[in-house]
Design a protein around this ligand. Structure first.
Ligand code: AMP
Length: 442
């Protein structure tokens, strides 16, 4: 199938040709005709499937038809709400490209930056607005945005939106959106709360599903190293010795963890940067630009910040920490092997995460290849429930002691000495330093 068969108008076809898109992706093939027909659509698709174009193209087409005979752009007719700034910028960039041969006005608004520039853009008159929920509500309350003329509404990455606690913001939006509108709802996963939300937004929707949330693209090879907690960073450096890994996206569980990894890599002269929620917008954008231009080799990200990172032809990604939710693994590895490209997803599991690896394998219904050639094999066992409880108590005690000492004048000298978790030393597997980690599944 080609784009001509989807009844897409000439100015958009021209732009797609200039982007060298030769054929629609499966989600585009399925969703575009339905949206053009005016149907509500429930799209189950992860990033990397081409879903942005799947909703942007018919929106541009619709608006083009509405404004072609109008001189001014006085009505905001389409609204796309997405959870992160990066994703918002990316959607707006895509709209810019697909609509370059139309006279459509579009802009993007997001928090974390001053509102002045965004407000002046809005004053110019906008046909399509891409927004994150907080800034959108804020500017609505200040009277800079009215949703009364919205004809098309997109809720993008709905599952992540709920994860990030935006449910109340979405509910507020739904109250002011005109009832008579076309709605498109996209989510990578469909747990019950997302299904319920979709039912509040969509009327008689057509469901379009490309890759079920539990499946990983065939083009992505998956492999895993089992190691100990304190050898992870050295193992990462070992992995990066492979020169075929030109650029890699590394995922950590926490913001602090991301910063620690970057610090370690920089010490080893590996060019890297972190991108997470504590970084200012311009720092995040700078890191992303440096990564895209090839200036840095490793971009370390947390899950939330990673949403919306769209890097063409990214071949490698590394799970430095195994995610606790198996669906997150599917999302993460979707960052590589994009749009039919080959990809390699490498995971690193510390003893405490072995159980999450099992959950992931259950979800994706396949075993991840274990890499045997591992200079830092896993020798420690995960803690037993009893040990976990004791360790948590001990952590709590150390924390209290730390803060108690801080309050005393000169207390910093009395800080408790840093010592590792009870895992260290006494809790090795029978046989001590195993040579191979084959078959380790605790
Ligand atoms: P998305 O899932 O919307 O984040 O898109 C993933 C990537 O695929 C982006 O880099 C798009 O520019 C690219 N893309 C989208 N549609 C097509 C297409 N039909 N042909 C080639 N690349 C595409």
């Amino acid at each position: 199938m080609n784009f001509n068969e989807l009844e897409i108008i000439e100015p958009i076809l021209k732009a797609l040709k200039e982007k060298n898109y030769s054929a629609p992706t499966p989600i585009q093939e399925k969703a575009i005709p339905l949206v053009i027909e005016g149907k509500d659509v429930l799209g189950v698709a992860q990033t990397g499937t081409g879903k942005t174009a799947a909703f942007s193209i018919p929106i541009i087409q619709h608006i083009y038809g509405r404004i072609k005979n109008e001189k001014s752009h006085t009505k905001l007719r389409a609204l796309i709400v997405t959870p992160t700034r990066e994703l918002a910028i990316q959607i707006d960039d895509n709209i810019k490209e697909y609509s370059k041969h139309t006279k459509i006005y579009h802009t993007v608004i997001f928090g974390g930056v001053k509102q002045g520039k965004q407000v002046s853009e809005l004053r110019r008159g906008i046909d399509i607005l891409v927004a994150t929920p907080g800034r959108l509500l804020d500017l609505m309350q200040q009277g800079f945005i009215s949703l009364k003329d919205i004809e098309m509404f997109v809720l993008d990455e709905a599952d992540r939106m709920l994860d990030m606690g935006f449910i109340n913001d979405i509910r507020k939006l739904l109250k002011v959106l005109p009832r008579d509108r076309q709605s498109l709802f996209f989510s990578a996963t469909m747990p019950p709360n997302i299904v319920a939300l979709s039912q509040d937004i969509l009327i008689n929707p057509r469901r379009v599903e490309v890759t079920p949330a539990s499946s990983t693209a065939d083009t992505i090879q998956q492999a895993i190293y089992f190691t100990n907690k304190d050898t992870k960073k050295d193992l990462l450096v070992h992995i990066l010795k492979d020169e075929t890994i030109k650029q890699v996206l590394v995922f950590t569980k926490t913001k602090h963890g991301a910063d620690k990894v970057v610090k370690h890599l920089k010490n080893k002269f590996i060019k890297s940067a972190a991108i997470h929620g504590d970084k200012a917008q311009n720092q995040r954008q700078k890191a992303l630009t440096a990564f895209k231009s090839g200036e840095i080799r490793v971009l370390v990200a947390t899950d939330i910040a990673s949403r919306g990172i769209d890097i063409n032809k990214l071949q490698h990604m590394i799970n430095y920490d195994i995610p606790n939710e198996p669906e997150t693994y599917v999302h993460r590895i979707g960052r590589t092997g994009r749009a039919g490209e080959e990809g390699m997803a490498i995971s690193i599991s510390e003893p405490e995460d072995n159980t999450f690896v099992r959950d992931i394998e259950k979800l994706i219904k396949q075993k991840i290849d274990i890499i045997e050639d591992n200079p830092y094999p896993q020798t420690e066992k995960p803690m037993t429930e009893k040990e976990k409880k004791e360790w948590n108590k001990e952590k709590q005690r150390r924390k209290q002691e730390f803060f108690a000492n801080r309050k005393k004048p000169g207390g910093s000298q009395n800080r408790p000495k840093k010592s590792g978790s009870p895992l260290k030393g006494g809790n090795k597997t029978a046989g001590g330093n195993r040579k191979s980690n084959k078959g380790r599944r605790n």
